[in-house]
Design a protein around this ligand. Structure first.
Ligand SMILES: *[C@@H]1O[C@H](CO)[C@@H](O)[C@H](O)[C@H]1NC(C)=O
Ligand SMILES: *[C@@H]1O[C@H](CO)[C@@H](O)[C@H](O)[C@H]1NC(C)=O
Ligand SMILES: *[C@@H]1O[C@H](CO)[C@@H](O)[C@H](O)[C@H]1NC(C)=O
Ligand SMILES: *[C@@H]1O[C@H](CO)[C@@H](O)[C@H](O)[C@H]1NC(C)=O
Ligand SMILES: *[C@@H]1O[C@H](CO)[C@@H](O)[C@H](O)[C@H]1NC(C)=O
Ligand SMILES: *[C@@H]1O[C@H](CO)[C@@H](O)[C@H](O)[C@H]1NC(C)=O
Ligand SMILES: *[C@@H]1O[C@H](CO)[C@@H](O)[C@H](O)[C@H]1NC(C)=O
Ligand SMILES: *[C@@H]1O[C@H](CO)[C@@H](O)[C@H](O)[C@H]1NC(C)=O
Ligand SMILES: *[C@@H]1O[C@H](CO)[C@@H](O)[C@H](O)[C@H]1NC(C)=O
Ligand SMILES: *[C@@H]1O[C@H](CO)[C@@H](O)[C@H](O)[C@H]1NC(C)=O
Ligand SMILES: *[C@@H]1O[C@H](CO)[C@@H](O)[C@H](O)[C@H]1NC(C)=O
Length: 556
């Protein structure tokens, strides 16, 4: 009996020796070493300590550059692409996705097997064999060998059996995720997602490393290893988009005076951790207009001075989570002068033992505010006299005014009535003038309805207005100079078509501005008065009465 104990003891020792030499998860995955206490203390839910042993017989480990990598996959190398939705606010979930990219002409089919694409030519010609890898045939083979349900090779690198849910046999890949001293293993197809709750994670930058194995007979073969950096932060990740009408370049942080800038705050929260939190936005625009507090993620602000301004946004959200352990912080002096803004550990305990924690996000920007073109209006459209009238051509004069700075360039885009298909684009420089009033002459070939877009621009601004114009067919009964275009706002296209139809039908020769349409670019009352005036001018056949012409606008 004693003898038997000795033998058993010896066997035990003998079996210990190779075990001690066995690889552990942290030997296989990652250079990031975490102290042992962290592996235990900092448990990620459902993950295991990387002190566990790695079954190298079933899952061989190759160094980078090992010649065997070359033959680990038929017809080339598999690339693994690892992405994450980092940065993650602590307490939210961070999600990692791995996608396998196969060599040319290979893909995963509906059953999860890897097949050659039909009619796809690779370097060695068309493939005759439909399958690159047929996982089904292997797993059935192996079941037969070792008896159903008892397969010793249907296990992960740490020896845990594969979960036998529906269809698992068709899954040919084993993914091992490793970070912060812990690992997580999963069987799957050519793409894999893993979410981790970051509540117990350490703040800061970490590395996620993933090793991917494929089935290979009764064992597994490494096909790729990939890593990515991610960030766990206690600051709410905040992005702000800023946009403004007439702003020429939305990404240069230069905007125009006297026009509202639209600020839109995007909170990066892919796991919807902040769904239930009330979020406050505190804006300081840096122009001495004070603090704006809002619970809306969009806000308009108009700077009325030019210059450089420091914008400062603080986002505040209250989240519930486990109370952090008491830390030996010096007690903060209680003062009404301390802004509620900056202490990210402000919290209060709720009845269920959780804590309500205030989290903050910050955004700062330096905005340059300049003067620009604020508004552009077409106030008159008229036939231009043609020295030698051609039957199919019309020349039109557009009188355009603008507010703000004097533009340096005017462009016209003539397009179809839907304003989409450009037919003609002309840009011309504008000579600097005291007031913004210009006449733009453009030629139209043939009668019909055209959309004309005017853009007036300078270095920082670009103002646009659109008009639909109807060029009536030339009728000898109506001498040159009396036929006229019809000025309307694009917003009222439907109405316009009806009106034009009537107008053309009746061959009436007058402007028909349509008012009270949403987005009408033509200012109703003043235009009406003005058009009335010019109409008289036309009827008298005396354009000298046009008050605009007294200003001698340059014709472009
Ligand atoms: C993560 O876990 C904490 C505590 O268990 C919980 O309060 C939080 O809602 C979880 N986050 C997500 C995104 O599920
Ligand atoms: C091309 O397809 C054949 C299958 O007919 C395969 O044996 C070969 O490895 C493939 N070559 C490449 C470069 O993928
Ligand atoms: C793939 O394996 C399944 C199951 O063994 C088998 O029915 C099928 O014919 C195999 N396909 C090929 C091309 O070997
Ligand atoms: C967060 O991740 C955990 C796994 O760690 C998962 O169980 C939970 O459903 C996830 N929550 C959300 C909201 O995605
Ligand atoms: C807009 O501004 C950005 C940043 O200054 C610059 O990189 C980009 O070239 C500008 N785009 C144009 C069209 O001028
Ligand atoms: C959060 O809100 C989004 C959109 O409103 C919704 O699709 C999602 O299901 C919500 N998530 C949670 C965890 O409540
Ligand atoms: C935010 O403001 C915009 C514009 O005023 C409004 O359309 C939107 O409904 C508001 N959203 C919320 C959540 O109050
Ligand atoms: C901001 O201004 C735009 C027009 O410039 C308007 O459409 C939008 O409703 C405004 N939003 C808010 C929140 O006032
Ligand atoms: C502001 O605009 C005025 C013209 O109105 C100009 O003279 C001045 O230099 C501008 N100031 C700044 C800081 O750009
Ligand atoms: C921005 O706001 C934060 C918090 O409210 C404050 O600490 C900081 O001094 C502000 N910065 C500027 C430039 O106003
Ligand atoms: C003309 O301007 C309108 C906006 O008023 C725009 O939707 C359209 O695309 C422009 N057309 C062309 C051809 O640039």
């Amino acid at each position: 009996m004693e003898c038997l104990y000795y033998v058993l003891g010896f066997l035990f020792l003998a079996s210990r020796l190779p075990l001690d030499a066995a690889k552990r998860f942290h030997d296989v995955l990652g250079n990031e070493r975490y102290p042992g206490y962290m592996r235990k203390h900092n448990q990620l839910n459902g993950w295991s300590s990387d002190e566990n042993d790695w079954n190298e017989k079933l899952y061989p480990v190759w160094k980078r550059g090992d010649a065997r990598w070359k033959n680990s996959w038929k017809g080339g190398c598999v690339q693994a692409v690892l992405t994450s939705d980092s940065p993650a606010l602590v307490g939210s979930n961070i999600t990692f996705a791995v996608n396998l990219v196969f060599p040319r002409c290979q893909k995963e089919d509906a059953n999860g097997n890897i097949v050659y694409e039909k009619n796809c030519r690779n370097d060695s010609g068309l493939s005759l064999d439909p399958y690159v890898y047929n996982w089904t045939s292997w797993s059935e083979d192996s079941d037969w060998r070792s008896g159903p349900g008892q397969s010793q090779h249907n296990v992960f690198p740490d020896g845990k059996p594969f979960p036998h849910h529906h269809g698992w046999k068709k899954w040919g890949f084993v993914y091992i995720f490793h970070t912060q001293g812990q690992y997580f293993q999963k069987l799957g197809q050519s793409s894999m997602r893993v979410s981790i709750n970051t509540t117990n994670m350490m703040l800061g930058t970490h590395i996620m490393e993933v090793a991917i194995y494929r089935r290979h007979g009764w064992a597994y073969m490494p096909i790729a290893q990939v890593k990515d950096v991610y960030l766990v932060t206690e600051e709410i990740p905040v992005f702000v988009t800023m946009s403004q009408k007439n702003d020429r370049n939305s990404s240069d942080e230069t905007f125009l005076r006297d026009l509202p800038i639209k600020f839109d705050v995007l909170i990066h929260d892919p796991s919807h951790f902040l769904n239930e939190s009330a979020i406050d936005y505190k804006w300081n625009f840096g122009d001495n207009t004070g603090l704006f507090v809002s619970n809306n993620h969009t806000l308009n602000h108009t700077y009325v001075l030019n210059g450089t301004f420091n914008l400062n946004l603080t986002v505040q959200a209250t989240v519930s989570g486990p109370c952090p352990p008491p830390s030996p912080r010096p007690p903060k002096p209680i003062s009404f002068l301390v802004p509620a803004g900056d202490n990210s550990l402000e919290m209060s305990e709720t009845p269920n033992g959780n804590c309500q924690i205030n989290r903050y996000g910050h955004f700062r920007a330096t905005l340059t505010i300049v003067e620009g073109i604020l508004e552009v209006n077409i106030i008159q459209v008229a036939d231009a006299p043609m020295p030698r009238p051609k039957p199919d051509n019309s020349l039109m004069d557009f009188v355009v005014t603008c507010k703000g700075t004097i533009p340096t360039e005017v462009c016209t885009v003539i397009s179809d009535p839907t304003c989409q298909v450009a037919q003609n684009i002309i840009c011309s420089p504008v000579d600097a003038e005291e007031t913004c009033l210009l006449t733009v002459r453009r030629a139209f070939s043939g009668s019909g309805t055209y959309c004309v877009n005017f853009t007036l621009g300078d270095d920082t601004s670009l103002a646009l207005t659109s008009t639909l114009i109807s060029i009536p067919g030339k009728d000898p009964a109506f001498p040159l100079g009396t036929a006229s275009g019809v000025l309307i706002s694009v917003g009222c296209l439907t109405l316009f078509v009806a009106v034009v139809a009537i107008l053309v039908y009746k061959k009436r020769k007058e402007y028909k501005p349509i008012e009270n349409c949403p987005g009408n670019v033509v200012k109703g009352r003043s235009l009406h008065g003005f058009l009335h005036h010019t109409k008289e001018g036309f009827f008298w056949g005396n354009q000298e009465k046009d008050p605009l012409l007294k200003n001698q606008p340059g014709t472009l």
